[in-house]
Design a protein around this ligand. Sequence first.
Ligand code: C2E
Ligand code: MG
Ligand code: MG
Length: 689
Amino acid sequence: MYEKISHKNEVLLEEQVEPLFKATLSGGLANIFAACLVYLLLKNTSHMESSLWLSAGIIIFSLFRIAVSNHYIYTAKFKLKSYLHTHILFTLTIGIIWAIYEFMLHKPDDEALRNFVFLINFGLITGSITTLSTYRSAYLAYLLPQAIAIFSVFIILGDAIYYYMAFAFVIFMSLMITTSFNINRSHKKEIELKLNNRQLIDDLNKEIGAREMIQSELEENKRELEMKVQERTSDLVEINANLERVIDKKETAEQTLQYLAYNDELTGLPNRNTLVDRIGQSIKKSSRDKHQFAILFLDLDRFKNVNDSLGHAIGDELLQQVATRLNTTLRNNDTISRNGGDEFVVVLEELHDTNEVIHVAKKIIQCLTKTFLIQSHKIHLGVSVGVSIYPLDGETPLVLLRNSDTAMYRAKKEGGNQFHFYDESMSIQLRHRLELEHELHGALADNEFDLLYQPQISCLTGVTTGFEALIRWNNKKYGEIQPNQFVPLLEETGLIYSVGEWVVSNVIDFISNNHIKGINVSINLSALQCNDLEFFNFVRNKIEQSSINPSQIEFEITESLLINDFDKTRQLLDKMHSIGCTIALDDFGTGYTSMNYLARLPIDIIKVDKTLVREIDANNNLRSIVKAIVTMSQGLGISNIFEGVETMAELAAIKKMGGEVIQGFLFSKPLSAEEAVKWVESVDSAKHA
Ligand code: C2E
Ligand code: MG
Ligand code: MG
């Protein structure tokens, strides 16, 4: 604080002294000029010598004073107080010399001269107000010696006029001092203001500087902060990305582990664990829904050879292709799994009959027997399939798997590329079936089929109203084979279409060749034929080409066949009906015949099944039912035929209940075409007789 004040005073002093020193030249020149003038005025007086010394003194000290001032202003700029004190000392000296001058002139040679010198002094005193007032002491040092001298001279002169002059002089001096003081004060104020302003400006500049510094520091900090934030952010982003990568990897690893826990890595198929699990589920479901399901254990034939000769990579690719083929061959809801090595296991859900298994096993063998092409290697495989069926061959997943494996082993032992049921009897039946199927393919071409005709006789008149055409197959290897055995095979192999047409052709030829009139021949239709409108075209053309009456052709359908595709069957029957053929509903009473069918289909005849006939004479309830059937059909305008009538008792009962036509061994077994013709002729001749 003290330092600040003393510094301020120093600056104030500097500011006061600077104009003082700057004005020294003009003040000094004025004094030199005045000193020269006064010397010149007094040169011819008694004061000549002393005035020479005095003027010279004034001139010398004035010059000294100028030198000191200029030295300070232009070179030194330090030791202000020493310079100032020297300046004041020189000023005082000049003032004292002038005072000596004035005092010396209290006894002048010439009063006017003295007054002139006094005037010059007044002028100097007045003029020096401007040059010396900036520093009070300087002005006082210059003024006071002269004032005292002039005042003393006026008093010494002792005249009234000089007293007045002394008084006026005192007033003048007071005025001068006051003016000088005022100038000094205002000058100081000005300096203070200037200094204050400068201080303010300095403070302001400092403040601005400080603020700018703070601002730049702030900006620097901000930049650093931003950089750090940026660095941190990018660090965080990287850490985040790393974390995400780690999490991704972890998830992928978890998924892979999870996947591998349930799937085979090579083929992507369910693995053995999943398989056992699925078989467990199938067991639960099948035992609840009373279904069967099959397990097919597949083992590739000759896979080891491929692996050994072509390498594991090709072996792996082969297994993958096997998996792909199995996937495309089998249904979506069947489970295909890889058991390990070259073993695959297929689970066939919801079996309706073993034919489905045979069909699938054949498809599998077929699809895996086709050549595989791997890296330009043509590979031929075979597959041995073992089949176990739930619940027949086991009730737990492991037993079922073990038994299918055993069956597969047998298939392999018998040469491979075939399938084998675990149940031996099934395999024998199967083999027989397969052989029959094989034989069936050539049966039509080899003319092995034959048609028998079983007569249908009116209960009331005893007249033969019709025949049922029943197919027979006489195979060169197996002899006579019953339709119940081969008709399902015909359907499965699709041979039923051509065989069905063969039956129609034969029946029509039988009627037209033998000129049979007024007698119907019924033809049994299978489900597939009923869905085939081409069959209708065939029948119509055939009838048109012959001379027979279409009403002589009757088609028999069974109710199970209706369930298949009701709409298509109805279309076909409607068409048959529209050209005049009649329709009979076969095996009536054995299934779940809906009365709805009778109303919605063009049924002309119902054929009451032999199972109802069999007990008709003994079972009262059954009799009531059959009676109701007869009444109902008659109500609907539908005729009836009773099948399988073997005894007179049955015939009597049927007659009693209103039965119309009888077909059965009681009258005749199915007859050959010749026998049937003879039958017609004999009946006719009997009628005529
Ligand atoms: P279906 O249509 O019910 O034929 C009647 C079956 O009963 C015939 O057996 C016949 O020989 C037999 N039968 C007739 N009278 C008696 C009797 O008094 N007692 C006994 N126990 N049986 C009697 P078949 O010829 O073996 O035919 C069996 C089934 O094969 C037929 O049953 C029919 O559904 C089917 N079928 C026969 N021929 C053909 C055909 O050409 N095409 C089609 N799709 N199926 C046919
Ligand atoms: Mg029939
Ligand atoms: Mg029948």
